[in-house]
Write a protein that binds this ligand. Structure first.
Ligand SMILES: *[C@@H]1O[C@H](CO)[C@@H](O)[C@H](O)[C@H]1NC(C)=O
Ligand SMILES: *[C@@H]1O[C@H](CO)[C@@H](O)[C@H](O)[C@H]1NC(C)=O
Ligand SMILES: [Zn+2]
Length: 194
């Protein structure tokens, strides 16, 4: 009898410790300070927040496989967007490397420069690499799903968001044929975004 009481009490306490708080879906994110971002020239909030659209990109650069080399890659992308393209900051809201590590670009709630005409109502997530012929790694795709779920959980992405590839917003090959075929299979994908 005593044994059952103990088991019941242990079960109840474990539930209180682990069951009460919903486990967060958010992946760890390397923030701007951690990757050594330059300051943005200007910051503008999204016009629609939570964002109703998620736009998937590839960076169209070589892939990278460690936080050290990917930090360099993310910095060089920011430099290219600011200095060569003349944008206020790195264009994307987030970037994801081949090991599934997420890097904060402009972050949540802010307008990016990644999909002309859609920047004020979308979150732009770019997978680091070139995905015309090659596919992203499983970890990279899992991180993409996790980041989107996290955005929904934190109310930065609308629950009924539409998922699109960059090529649906403007004339571009981005995110590459191979990644676009995967995006087309993901939940919330819409063929004709509004
Ligand atoms: C998503 O939900 C919002 C608020 O309920 C609604 O206004 C909007 O039309 C919905 N969007 C889609 C794409 O269904
Ligand atoms: C898309 O999903 C279908 C059905 O599950 C599968 O056969 C196909 O291989 C998937 N395509 C890609 C590119 O993942
Ligand atoms: Zn793109």
């Amino acid at each position: 009898m005593f044994r059952y009481v103990v088991i019941t009490l242990v079960t109840i306490s474990l539930f209180c410790i682990f069951g009460a708080e919903k486990i967060s879906l958010c992946p760890a994110i390397i923030d701007r300070t951690q990757w050594g971002a330059l300051k943005a020239n200007k910051i503008q909030p999204l016009a629609e927040n939570p964002a109703p659209i998620v736009v998937v990109h590839h960076t169209d650069t070589p892939s990278c496989f460690s936080t050290l080399s990917c930090t360099k890659r993310v910095k060089s992308i920011q430099h290219y967007h600011k200095s060569t393209k003349g944008w206020d900051d790195i264009g994307y809201n987030f970037l994801i490397d081949s090991e599934g590590t997420v890097y904060e670009g402009r972050g949540w709630g802010l307008a990016g420069a990644h999909a002309r005409g859609w920047n004020y109502r979308s979150i732009g997530i770019s997978l680091i690499g070139k995905f015309q012929e090659n596919s992203p790694s499983a970890s990279q795709l899992q991180a993409l799903e996790a980041l989107i779920s996290c955005g929904v959980e934190k109310q930065n992405i609308a629950m009924n968001y539409s998922l699109i590839g960059h090529r649906q917003a403007t004339k571009t090959l981005c995110p590459g044929d191979s990644l676009f075929n995967i995006v087309k299979n993901m939940s919330h994908f819409v063929a004709n975004p509004e």
